[in-house]
Design a protein around this ligand. Structure first.
Ligand code: AKB
Length: 330
């Protein structure tokens, strides 16, 4: 397969939790004018709005994507737009439409334009209760119980299908819960792990919507950005997998997360009132075996729970002291 150079990137879902920070990191690396941000909502930050081109598109409508692809001569799509697990359970048909039809639109557009690369993230939601939950292997049972998970498994299979059938260089990684302080996540099961920091700084209290002993794989945003870009530029001759890399960083229970915050904010109190998201979390892995990513493209995370908590509380604490609003999380 002839490797094509990445020159002009389009990011879907660029106003989301990961998309907003990934777009800025891609602009830094590939040049601001070469990274076109797209989304359905107004960009949340001036940094995203003012640092390069932005267009409103609906990714499930091919013509809206096509117009921007042609205008900017796009050769790479980083497809971040997705409905996450919790919102997906409240509206499964919408989840299917955005995640499946959106992914097909992206893949068909990339195939017809003979693009260099397509990045389509997957998630730990691709797994289900029959999957081994401890150090979940890369290649294992994929029988998710959420519509989001169903769409993520389909996305992985479609990515590999387009690679084998059409030679389109599609790559993807299974994100664990991603923790960050810039843009809040929207509608995921792992959102508690972000909201807890915002509420610890603001109110010194948090009511968590999963049980104290709920253990999930998680990752801090700088590692998430690094993983995504490292896979995007990885040497294809070394890749045995394509659309389905496990990427681990840390694994902790909600109780351990609360304890790590309490070490720095002793007055912090966390209580637990599990809701419908508990049943989703209970079907997901507790930790991941990411040796395929480590071997095939050198994946290595930098942040553990302690380092992440310190950084999150430093940043949010500073923002709070400066009187900048700390928005209530999920
Ligand atoms: C969610 O909770 O739905 C997401 C995910 C793990 O993909 N954060």
């Amino acid at each position: 397969m002839k490797v094509k150079e990445i020159k002009r990137i389009l990011v879907t879902g660029s106003v989301g939790q990961i998309g907003s920070e990934l777009t800025l990191a891609l602009r830094e690396r590939f040049g601001a004018e070469n990274v076109v941000a797209t989304g359905r909502k107004t960009p949340p930050s001036d940094a995203l709005k003012n640092s390069g081109p932005f267009y409103f598109i609906d990714v499930a409508k091919r013509e809206t994507l096509e117009e921007v692809v042609r205008k900017h001569n796009i050769d790479t799509i980083v497809h971040m737009a997705a409905i996450l697990s919790a919102v997906g359970e409240q509206n499964p048909m919408r989840c299917w439409d955005v995640n499946i039809n959106g992914t097909l639109v992206v893949l068909e557009c990339a195939r017809e334009h003979d693009m260099a690369r397509v990045i389509i993230p997957s998630s730990i939601a691709a797994f289900g209760p029959e999957t081994p939950r401890d150090r979940t292997p890369n290649d294992t049972i994929l029988k998710p119980r959420t519509m989001y998970g169903v769409t993520k498994v389909a996305g992985e299979l479609l990515g590999d299908y387009y690679f084998r059938k059409y030679g389109l260089d599609v790559r993807g990684l299974r994100y664990p819960g991603i923790i960050s302080h810039e843009t809040l996540p929207g509608g995921g099961t792992t959102d508690f792990a972000v909201a807890i920091y915002f509420e610890a700084v603001r109110n010194k209290r948090y009511t968590c919507f999963v049980r104290e002993d709920t253990r999930l794989p998680m990752m801090y945003m700088p590692d998430c950005i690094k993983a995504t870009i490292d896979l995007t530029v990885a040497d294809i001759s070394k890749l045995k997998h394509h659309s389905d890399f496990n990427v681990g960083a840390m694994s902790f229970s909600a109780g351990e997360l609360a304890a790590s915050i309490k070490k720095q904010i002793p007055e912090f109190v966390c209580t637990y009132e599990p809701d419908f998201r508990q049943a989703i979390a209970d079907t997901w892995p507790m930790s991941l075996d990411d040796s395929a990513a480590r071997e095939e493209w050198g994946w290595k995370p930098a942040f553990d729970l302690e380092a992440m908590t310190k950084d999150m509380l430093d940043v949010l604490g500073r923002r709070y002291r400066e009187g900048k609003v700390v928005v209530l999380g999920a």
